[in-house]
Write a new protein. Structure first.
Length: 314
């Protein structure tokens, strides 16, 4: 037993004598290699842009869907709702932001306009908005109150603006794009820094459309002229990430169950973004997964003001 232990000790000594000088030499060579002008290796595979990296580092943020269809009990409003229905008498933006901050969220995205076209800010481009509701005597602005509350609680603020508008008479025609971008400009220039702009993928179908009450179809690949809209965002809010089904900065992960596959940011090379915001291969395009809770009855909304889901980066 003693002989065996002695042999093992000798083996250890020999191993250390062989490896220790090599380790010391390697450690000493690191500055020399750097000084010799050899830089770090090139990034491998899809890598995030600066704005995408900021988005990743948030890790956890909330989504507020609180609008006219909260009071009609519909997931998607038709576009013919009376603004008089919107009257959240106990609305408290600071309560919402405070709960989000206490939960560890880093930001909130507000559904400023869903498919029904009802605007939670007093847009000068439509009458279908809070300015014609009894809430705050027609002088309220949900977007203003939520964005201010986010700043008070050190949360980042984001906006959701539905491209589909079942209320507007010109949806499906070229004229609607001007209307849509005018509203986007209002949101991007009035409410401070925006960390994410969320464009939904629902496009066209039946709706009120200014009283026409018909079905309208669009070519989702060409109708919206997305590059022009993306350029508007890059000009007015260069640090904002753009979300849609295909990016260009953040994409839909493919479900609303709050799950995504591992390393999904480089998936589907036919549609990932390039530096010029068009589809291309080998670029970073992470997916956002959201868990959508049940809609709250109006009596609960009166006290909680909104319900939250939690997109998160994977």
């Amino acid at each position: 037993m003693v002989a065996n232990r002695s042999n093992r000790d000798e083996d250890r000594r020999r191993f250390l004598l062989r490896t220790l000088p090599t380790s010391i030499l390697a450690a000493g060579c690191i500055p020399a290699v750097v000084n010799a002008g050899v830089g770090p290796p090139e990034p491998y595979g899809p890598t995030p842009s600066a704005r995408q990296l900021r988005w990743h580092e948030m890790e956890f943020y909330g989504f507020i869907h609180f609008t006219i269809n909260t009071f009609t009990g519909k997931e998607w409003g038709y576009g013919d709702e009376s603004p008089s229905l919107f009257n959240p008498t106990d609305f408290d933006a600071e309560q919402i932001a405070g709960v989000a901050a206490a939960a560890g969220m880093k930001g909130l995205i507000l559904t400023c306009k869903h498919h029904d076209g009802f605007c939670l800010w007093p847009s000068k481009y439509t009458e279908h908005s809070v300015k014609n509701s009894p809430w705050r005597d027609g002088r309220g602005d949900v977007v203003r109150e939520i964005s201010d509350a986010c700043r008070a609680y050190k949360l980042r603020f984001g906006i959701y603006l539905s491209p589909w508008d079942r209320n507007h008479k010109d949806y499906g025609r070229f004229e609607y794009l001007t209307y849509f971008r005018n509203q986007l400009r209002e949101l991007l220039t009035t409410y401070g820094p925006i960390f994410e702009i969320f464009f939904d993928g629902a496009n066209g179908g039946d709706g009120y459309y200014g009283g026409a009450r018909e079905t309208r179809r669009i070519d989702r690949d060409t109708y919206y002229d997305w590059p022009t809209t993306w350029n508007l965002v890059r000009t007015l809010q260069p640090n904002a990430c753009l979300f849609s089904d295909a990016g260009p900065d953040v994409r839909w992960v493919g479900n609303e169950r709050g799950i995504a596959g591992d390393l999904s940011q480089g998936a589907d090379p036919q549609h990932v973004n390039r530096s010029d915001d068009r589809a291309g291969a080998n670029q970073h395009r992470p997916g956002a997964a959201g868990a959508m809770p049940r809609p709250l009855p109006v009596e609960e909304v009166q006290t909680t003001s909104a319900y939250l889901s939690s997109p998160f980066s994977l």
